[in-house]
Ligand binder design. Structure first.
Ligand code: ATP
Ligand code: MG
Length: 570
């Protein structure tokens, strides 16, 4: 276990508190409820990639363990072999490590407990607390009733212990088809809590498991495996999301009947983020149906997508700290996450110049063949990051948007007859425009420069307001740049008023690909994982998947404009 603090600093003698869960843990420590132990766990089901909501849960569990000198387990709740894959087991570990989390030797799988869980099921049968039921899945559902109607007892509920033991053993031996019989807990068909109406605890699935192979053809349900797995591992605090509040009486019932170690379950509100979906089922649909290029598509709310997009683990940790944990559900604006990313990148990103929509610019009075090296700072926030030399020559590229032939009054960039500053360079003035004869499109600007203004200041003190970025045309390198917007155009794609599918809210402009960008030459050695700020355009990173030598692809991580801090100031 590497200590990974995400709680507040504690003064000597007092323990840190910052949320209601830590308060509970602290009380348990005081009363010696678990003999001073704190053991938490992050229990993903390996049926998809981790998303930012999982990050909140993982950071909370690992953070509490670290704050109180405890241990946090990583356990795969792998009880459903039809939906689970080894690919997910790997990606989940990779993403957690990327977040800086370390479980040391404490890597577990619910499937490692299949023998134990089978024994537990036998114990329940022997106590007359579980029975084999022959109703179909549909019938079980109908018999269960609903919130207003009590359930009906299964006709198989009163089977004898010996008949149940025999049938359960034969279920395990592979005598029956999938779904033919199940094992159910015998609790209370009239309970107000539907989870207590004789829930299914074992089902027949003639499917090999990624870890146990063909050993089993019956598998415990999530509800039967989850709490018992926590118990087996000696978990002290089983932290989970609110939807498990209604499962707690069931988990307690199992533990009481089996008379085994009883962790304290604590529920907190899951993270909901605006402009995206977080259900693994929906994310899988987006991947499988080709709405995105994969789980690591930079528009996905997955950790692998965010990593590829250039989000840093530090910014995700800060975000999760700031949103905190609460008992009530709400939706956090995605702009707040982007704010955290921007804040972090501002400190660490190397500055560079890149032109996304190039327009050719020729400085008529600059000597042909001359090249100057101009000094440009790498990060004005951090002088220790030094500077680099950027080549300047007679032919440049500037941003098409930085020129207007007929500009409005407050346009301080390039326009006929107007003077503008080239970042780190000279003052230039546009003297002529070349247009395409057929389309009328501006294809080249002809300018003059003032040789006295190197560094951007005029010796006579004349004022020039606008500063634009540029690259030297012959020295610049080509790249593709991908600009991203929210994956969904509406704030809550899950909640449509007309009952339409969440996919109807997909944002058709979530990806804009610019294929003829020109970058300053230093970016030819850009490394994936290094953040850059392309001046005036935002934060960018090399796409680790689609870039190769000689064909550079950059992702825009976030634009510079911070809508969240603006909203908050207003
Ligand atoms: P499902 O169970 O529907 O497949 P899940 O997102 O709950 O999806 P799990 O693999 O069970 O997936 O999640 C692992 C842990 O992450 C659980 O403890 C779960 O409660 C927690 N978790 C999942 N989604 C969120 C979220 N949006 N916010 C906070 N915690 C979450
Ligand atoms: Mg779950």
């Amino acid at each position: 276990m590497t200590a990974q603090k995400n709680g507040p600093k504690s003064s000597p003698g007092t323990l840190p508190t910052s949320d209601f869960i830590r308060t509970i843990v602290q009380t348990d420590l005081k009363t010696n409820k678990f003999e001073g132990r704190v053991i938490t766990r992050f229990p993903p089901e390996p049926n998809g990639y981790l998303h930012i909501g999982h990050a909140k849960s993982a950071l909370l569990n690992f953070g509490i363990a670290a704050d109180y000198g405890g241990v946090c387990h990583l356990r795969f709740d792998d009880t459903n072999p039809t939906k689970e894959e080894v690919e997910y087991v790997h990606s989940i570990q990779e993403d957690l490590r990327w977040l800086g989390l370390d479980w040391g030797d404490h890597l577990y799988y619910s499937s490692d407990y299949f023998d134990r869980l089978y024994e537990y099921a036998l114990r329940l049968i022997q106590k007359g607390k579980a029975y084999v039921c022959d109703l179909s899945q549909d019938e079980i559902r109908r018999y269960r009733g609903n919130f207003t109607e009590p359930g009906k007892r299964s006709p198989f509920r009163e089977r004898s212990v010996s008949e149940n033991l025999d049938l359960f053993e034969r279920m395990r031996a592979g005598e029956f088809e999938d779904g033919f019989r199940v094992l159910r807990a015998k609790i209370d068909m009239t309970s107000g809590n539907l989870n207590m109406r004789d829930p299914v605890i074992y089902r027949i699935m003639n499917v090999p498991h990624h870890r146990t192979g063909d050993k089993w053809c019956i598998y415990p349900t999530y509800d039967f495996a989850h709490g018992q797995s926590d118990s087996i591992e000696g978990i002290t605090h089983s932290i989970c999301t609110l939807e498990f509040e209604d499962h707690r009486p069931l988990y307690d019932w199992f533990l009481d009947q089996l008379n085994i170690h009883h962790p304290q379950q604590i529920e907190f509100a899951r993270l909901n983020l605006s402009h995206t979906v977080m259900s693994k089922r929906k994310l899988l649909e987006l991947v499988e149906q080709g709405y995105v290029t994969g789980w690591d598509d930079p528009r996905m709310p997955t950790l692998s997508g965010m990593r590829r997009r250039g989000y840093t683990p530090e910014s995700i940790r800060v975000f999760c700290e700031r949103i905190g944990v609460a008992k009530r559900e709400n939706t956090v604006e995605i702009a707040m996450l982007e704010h955290c990313v921007r804040e972090d990148l501002n400190k660490r990103a190397l500055r560079a110049m890149a032109v996304l929509n190039p327009l050719r610019l020729v400085i008529e009075n600059y000597p042909e063949g001359q090249v100057e090296e101009l000094e440009a700072v790498n990060n004005p926030e951090d002088p220790s990051m030094g500077s680099r030399m950027v080549p300047f020559s007679r032919e440049l590229y500037v941003e098409r948007d930085d020129f207007q032939e007929d500009p409005p009054p407050k346009f301080y960039r390039l326009a006929p007859g107007k003077e503008v500053r080239l970042r780190y360079g000279y003052l230039i003035k546009c003297v002529k425009i070349k247009k395409d004869e057929e389309t009328g499109e501006v294809i080249e600007l002809r300018c003059t420069y003032d040789p006295e203004t190197r560094g951007g200041q005029a010796p006579d003190g004349r004022k020039v307001r606008g500063t634009i970025h540029w690259v030297s045309a012959p020295h610049s390198i080509a790249a593709e740049v991908r600009l991203y917007d929210h994956l969904f155009a509406t704030e809550k794609p899950d909640e449509t008023t007309d009952g339409s599918d969440y996919r109807r809210s997909l944002n058709p402009n979530s990806l804009v690909t610019l294929s003829s960008c020109r970058l300053e030459p230093s970016l030819s050695s850009a490394k994936s994982g290094t953040p850059y700020q392309f001046e005036r355009l935002g934060y960018f990173c090399l796409d680790p998947v689609d870039s190769s030598t000689g064909s550079l692809v950059f992702n825009r991580t976030v634009p510079l404009r911070d809508s969240w801090s603006k909203v908050k100031k207003a």
